[in-house]
Design a protein around this ligand. Structure first.
Ligand code: MG
Length: 396
């Protein structure tokens, strides 16, 4: 088998015709997901780069102009990148278009084997592609799959009707590999439009389709969260960013004084729509600022009654989640409370611990200090408390 494979010509059909409805509905992005930028390059470009070392022909299927742009400069050794052909209404129609384009090549250039790959799967480990091609030495069709790890339930109207044994279940991935002539002929047949994928076409026609080990990293970009996972996999460059926050609240009678997430004994509290935690508000604004995601008022509008007397801790938890959702991390935060009274020093350690807990980081990353304003200005006259915050984060 190993002797026979090197004589085989392998082509890859790279599918870029999909509109990615699930993704764009969720993200409101006008860009089809395969053209989104990941680690500085379009998703589909990563997919092409991953395939070309393994094949002699790459046939992209989809919008010509968009593909020319995404694949520009791609000139792999030993692989011809063909001009894109338009896709069809369905995935299967697009596969057919790619197969027919390959069939129009001169006979001596036509492939023996063809891989079908989703343009929205940018991270294909080389050993997965290799395993598919190798198994085509003994099978007419091969797909990579990963065993289903979660328990699978069938449900109707929100009630479980059945637990599906998962022992023999796999999640199908791409690239899926086939004997070229066989797949082309099956695509020309009557059953082609009914099949959910190419493997199903072979199965229905009575051919054995083998399954080889896929990879959990071979993610198909479907939901927004996938982009975060893929950013991590593709080895993003983490860049430091910094943000500044500043907030002021006036003193008010008959309110507890909440500062940096803890209650500080004092004769007065602070006035505000929420619990008026000036420290957390400044810190949140610094984090949102570092992420260029607006400010606390944008995420928790004071016009909404929901946030009246709200525990500001939840604002900070949200800000921390935003860092993680962006694939980033907090390096450090430094807060300065500005007031004549109460004395902050005795409470600073408890404040640091509370802020670190809310942000899910080590206490050594959080600094809380205080200064007076030498009796000058509104803080000097004890009309209120001000707070500044500086943060630095690492973000892809
Ligand atoms: Mg405030």
């Amino acid at each position: 088998m190993a002797a026979f494979l090197p004589t085989m010509r392998v082509a890859a059909i790279l599918l870029a015709a999909g509109q990615g409805r699930r993704f764009s509905a969720q993200s409101a992005s006008p860009v089809a997901k395969q053209y989104l930028t990941l680690g500085g390059r379009p998703v589909i470009r990563h997919a092409a780069d991953a395939l070309v070392p393994h094949v002699q022909i790459l046939q992209p299927v989809g919008d010509r102009a968009a593909l020319d742009d995404a694949l520009s400069g791609l000139a792999p050794d030993g692989c011809a990148v063909l001009a894109a052909v338009p896709g069809g209404e369905t995935r299967q129609a697009s596969v057919s278009a790619g197969l027919e384009a390959l069939d129009r090549l001169p006979a001596d250039q036509r492939p023996d084997l063809v891989l079908i790959h989703d343009g929205a799967r940018p991270y294909v480990p080389a050993d997965v592609t290799r395993a598919v091609i190798d198994a085509l030495g003994t099978h007419a069709g091969v797909i990579p799959g990963v065993p289903v790890a979660d328990t699978i339930k069938r449900a109707h109207d929100g009630i479980i009707t059945d637990t599906v044994p998962r022992t023999d279940l796999y999640r199908a991935q791409t690239p899926q590999g086939f004997r070229f002539d066989l797949l082309r002929d099956l695509h020309r047949g009557a059953a082609a439009s009914d099949a959910t994928d190419d493997a199903a076409l072979l199965e229905t026609a009575g051919h054995h389709v083998a399954i080889v080990a896929g990879s959990e990293d071979n993610i198909k970009l479907t939901y927004k969260e996938d982009l975060v996972r893929l950013e991590r996999l593709i080895g993003p460059t983490l860049l430091p960013r910094m943000g500044l926050g500043y907030d002021v609240h006036a003193f008010a009678e008959n309110r507890p004084l909440i500062l940096c997430g803890i209650t500080v004994p004092h004769t007065r509290g602070l006035a505000g729509h929420s619990d008026a935690d000036v420290g957390i508000h400044a810190l949140c604004d610094a984090i949102y600022g570092a992420l260029a995601e607006g400010d606390i008022g944008r995420h928790f509008p004071p016009s909404q009654n929901e946030w009246k007397d709200a525990d500001s801790a939840r604002f900070l938890v949200h800000a921390g989640e935003r860092i993680r959702a962006r694939g980033g991390m907090l390096i450090n935060a430094d807060l300065t409370l500005i007031c004549e009274r109460p004395k902050i020093g005795p409470h600073a350690q408890a404040m640091r611990e509370r802020l670190a807990e809310l942000l899910q980081v080590g206490v050594d990353r959080i600094s809380v200090k205080a200064t007076t304003s030498e009796r000058l200005g509104f803080t000097g006259r004890e009309e209120g408390i001000a707070c500044t915050a500086a943060v630095s984060v690492l973000v892809p």
